[in-house]
Design a protein. Structure first.
Lengths: 237, 237
DNA sequence: CCGCACGTTCCGTCCAGCGAAACGTCCGGC
DNA sequence: GCCGGACGTTTCGCTGGACGGAACGTGCGG
């Protein structure tokens, strides 16, 4: 695991020496461990180094939570995408972050740093705020305790303001974000709930801040999220 | 790895005892190993057992091959989906199988057994035949050597017939499948190539055998595959 | 009340993983 | 051409931690 987590997004492939350096694992040990991992196709040896392999991809897709959610969500996300042609996200909460589970990149939208399997802080993203608003209070406390760092001039960094914002989101059932995580980008999000009291995921539409009509899109996002919630309830009941 | 691969698709969660039984690993050993894996969020302990966790999902998404391919392919798949509303697949070759990397399930289409991260034999699927036709001859030999088992009455099980079919596919640039893997289902597929001589992936459209107009859809699939090929060449050049 | 299967803990044995050292190879610099 | 450095690979003796049999607590069904 130490070896595998040494791979960061963007590392296409690493050399044995680089892996040994990053992990602190002596070269012969790393060599042996990687040879074993290669037998399982978790890593693949290429001419110029070592890269994460297809076996890992296959295993990751077996994670039941993400899989069930993705399959149930696919039609709703497709509808949203077709109606708007903007970037559509599906995310789940994890600790103080959100993890993206699905992404349909919009045609004319901005290049967004999000990535399936990638993380973003919850407090400054649409999906994050939607899930914070409809999540357990402890999670909000943890997020505040972890610290709200200013990512753009419009990031909300005051815990009080964040709480107000979450209250508004609870009223409306929709969260918005205007250049709080990246300049020039805005987003509308709505929480997804299964039978339980808390949000288990969130759906969002993201686009250029000056062109995305969040008021107009809010009902669509909310409808998709409610539809997915209904399917999840039916599935677990 | 032995523990992780004991999870099969469909296993939402397994008990410790069940895992020990499947793997042959004694219960205390499995218990200890799982505790360690849980620290990395590779598995999660639930009230009623153990399930694969989000850490595994995140790691799997770092596999560079699948990731780059998916990101490059997303717009083309979205276009195909929007134009047809049928199920769209993106797959890569692995050994004698194909592994699905992306799937957009069609609205009115049949429930298809395919799954992102799932496998199917190459010889009886559209994407598989497309990649066999434009892949190294050794791969075809391996597929034939592994045996062609009859999955439906229309499965091609004679190596000679398969070779003929592949020749036709090479001419047309498009592969079709009519109820060769599952009764009632048909599919059109086209190979994706990067700079190299062989296909690195394939795109397909799948639907009801009696309703899918493969002749009409073939140009669309081929165009999408060629477009993706061009993007891949540009990316690697 | 008992029996069974489950998850968990304990602890002595023992061997497999460890990693320093050494080796073969391929570069780029001088 | 020669050398220094970095890379991947192999060897091998030591040892520390993984291993798993045994035992324990618990909850369920008969």
């Amino acid at each position: 695991m130490t070896l595998l987590t040494a791979f960061r997004p963007g590392d296409a492939e690493l050399t044995l020496a680089e892996l040994a350096r990053r992990t602190g694992i002596p070269k012969p040990t790393a060599h042996r461990l990687l040879a074993e991992l290669a037998l399982w196709n978790v890593v693949e040896r290429t001419s110029g180094g070592i890269r994460l392999g297809m076996g890992l991809f296959e295993l990751g897709q077996l994670a039941p939570l993400q899989r069930g959610l993705r399959e149930a969500a696919a039609p709703f996300l497709a509808d949203l995408f077709e109606a708007t042609h903007e970037t559509v996200h599906l995310a789940v909460p994890d600790g103080v972050d959100v993890v993206y589970v699905q992404k349909l990149p919009g045609r004319h939208g901005p290049r967004i740093g999000s990535r399936v399997g990638g993380r973003m802080p919850a407090y400054c993203t649409g999906v994050g705020k939607a899930m914070l608003a409809f999540g357990p209070p402890e999670r909000l406390a943890a997020v505040v305790a972890a610290g709200l760092t200013r990512r753009t001039p419009r990031t909300v960094v005051a815990p009080g303001l964040l709480a107000d914002e979450l209250a508004r989101i609870r009223e409306r059932g929709v969260a918005e974000e205007h250049e709080e995580s990246s300049v020039g980008i805005a987003c509308v999000a709505a929480p997804v709930r299964d039978g339980g009291p808390h949000a288990v995921a969130a759906i969002s539409i993201t686009g250029w801040a000056n062109r995305l009509d969040t008021a107009r899109l809010a009902p669509a996002v909310r409808t998709a999220a409610l539809g997915l919630s209904r399917v999840l309830r039916a599935g677990t009941a």
